[in-house]
Design a protein around this ligand. Structure first.
Ligand code: ATP
Ligand code: FE
Length: 356
C-alpha cells in the first residue's frame, strides 16, 4: 500500500508519501513540510486567518513536491489520507477540500485522520512498535497519557487540566523575548542556564492520578521575570538562560513524575511487552527525552521516541495513520468532514482523571 498524506491543522503545510514494507512497517518516500513560521513571527503566535490562507495557497505545491520526491504519479497511489481535525478549522478545511478533490479526481479512497492519532501512531511507523503501548502525547495543544490498543482505539489515563506544555513553552518564550516556536528556543537557552536559580512550582505532584497543570508555571515565570525587571535595567542573557532552564526542569519533572504513575497503572494491566512511547512537538525536547528514557530503564522496559522531525507536525504521520486505518478496513470517503474538536477517546472519562 502507498498513501499520500496531507496535514494542515496548525501552521505547517505538509504532504508526504508513505508505503508499507513487507514486514508491516512503514517507509517514508517523501515528507514535505512548508513552515509558516515567518508569516506569524510578527504576531508572536499563530494567526488562524493567515494560517488558513497560507495552507490554501501552499497545499497543492506541497502535494506536487511530495509526489515528485517520491518519484510517483497520483495514479500510482492507493489512497489519500488527510487530517480531518482537531485543529484550526480554516486550515483543516483547506486540507480536506484538497484531499477530496485529489481522491475524487483520481478515483481513490479518502481516509480522514485524527491529527492526535497521527502523533500517537508515529512510533509504529518509526520503530514498528506493536500494540498495546503506553503513549505520552505532548504537543502544542495537548498533553495526555494514552494506552494505544489499535489504530482507532485509545484509552486515556489522564492529561493536563489547563495549558498544554507546548503552549507553556511558547508563552514562556514570549515572556523572555525568545522567538516562536518557543520550544526549541527555550531548550536552546536552557542549555546554558542554571535550573536551580529559580524555584518554580511542580503543580499537582501531591495529587494522586496522572492529571497535570501547566498554567501556573507560566505565571511563575512571569513573576520571576518581573521581579528581575524591577530590580535591574533589563533581562540579561544569563537571566533568560536561567529562567528557561528552571522552567524546562519543572516541565520535565512534572511529566516524568506523572509518567511514573501512568506507567504503574499501565503495568497493573499486565501488558505483554510493556513499552513507553512519546510523540508530539514537545517530545522533540532532549531534556524530556533523556528523563523518560531513564525512567523506562529504571523499570527495565523499552522507550521509543521518534526522530525530532516526526515529533512535530508532518504529513508522514498522517499518511501512516491513514494506512493503518485502511488496513483495518476503516475508510470514510465522502463522509470526511473537518472537525475543530475531536477527542481520541470519545467514549470516555479518563481512567485516572480528566484532562485534555
Ligand atoms: P496539537 O498536535 O496538540 O494539535 P500542534 O500540532 O500545534 O498541537 P505540534 O506541532 O505537535 O503541536 O507541537 C508544536 C509544539 O511543540 C510547540 O508548542 C513547540 O513550541 C513545541 N516544541 C517543538 N520543539 C520543542 C522542543 N525542542 N522542546 C519543547 N517544546 C518543543
Ligand atoms: Fe500536532
Amino acid at each position: 500500500l502507498t498513501l499520500l498524506g496531507l496535514e494542515s491543522s496548525c501552521d505547517d503545510t505538509g504532504a508526504a508519501v508513505v508505503r508499507t514494507r513487507a514486514d508491516g512497517g512503514g517507509e517514508i518516500l517523501s515528507n514535505v513540510v512548508i513552515s509558516q513560521d515567518d508569516l506569524h513571527a510578527a504576531f508572536g503566535g499563530v494567526v488562524p486567518e493567515i494560517a488558513a490562507r497560507a495552507h490554501a495557497e501552499k497545499i497543492d505545491i506541497a502535494v506536487e513536491q511530495a509526489l515528485s520526491r517520491a518519484g510517483l504519479r497520483l495514479d500510482q497511489i492507493d489512497a489519500v489520507a488527510v487530517t480531518a481535525g482537531p485543529g484550526l478549522i480554516g486550515g483543516v478545511l483547506s486540507g480536506v477540500m484538497c484531499a477530496r478533490g485529489l481522491a475524487a479526481g483520481a478515483g481513490l479512497p479518502l481516509v480522514g485522520v485524527n491529527h492526535l492519532a497521527g502523533h500517537a501512531l508515529t512510533p509504529r511507523l518509526t520503530d514498528g512498535l506493536a500494540f498495546p503501548y503506553l503513549m505520552l502525547l505532548v504537543s502544542g495543544g495537548h498533553c495526555q497519557f494514552l494506552i494505544a490498543h489499535g489504530p482507532d482505539r485509545f484509552t486515556r489515563l489522564g492529561g493536563t487540566i489547563d495549558d498544554a506544555p507546548g503552549e507553556a513553552f511558547d508563552k514562556t518564550a514570549r515572556l523572555l523575548g525568545l522567538p516562536q516556536p518557543g520550544g526549541p528556543a527555550v531548550e536552546g537557552a536552557a542549555r546554558d542556564g542554571d535550573a536551580r536559580r529559580f524555584a518554580f512550582p511542580r503543580p499537582l505532584l501531591n495529587r494522586p492520578g496522572c492529571d497535570m497543570s501547566f498554567s501556573g508555571l507560566k505565571t511563575a515565570v512571569l513573576r520571576a521575570r518581573d521581579q528581575l525587571l524591577a530590580a535591574q535595567d533589563g533581562l540579561y542573557p544569563q537571566d533568560v538562560n536561567d529562567l528557561s532552564a528552571g522552567f524546562q526542569a519543572a516541565v520535565a519533572d512534572v511529566l516524568t513524575e506523572k509518567t511514573r504513575r501512568a506507567l504503574a497503572a499501565y503495568l497493573d494491566l499486565q501488558p505483554p511487552a510493556p513499552t513507553i512511547a512519546v510523540a508530539g512537538g514537545v517530545a522533540a525536547n532532549d531534556a524530556l527525552r533523556s528523563r523518560l528514557s531513564a525512567l523506562a530503564a529504571e523499570h527495565g522496559i523499552s522507550f521509543v521516541a521518534p526522530p525530532l522531525a516526526l515529533c512535530t507536525d508532518n504529513a508522514a504521520m498522517i499518511a501512516w495513520a491513514g494506512l493503518e486505518r485502511l488496513r483495518a478496513g476503516l475508510t470514510d470517503d465522502a463522509a470526511v468532514i473537518a472537525r475543530p474538536r475531536w477527542p481520541l477517546d470519545p467514549d470516555g472519562p479518563a481512567l485516572l482523571g480528566g484532562g485534555r
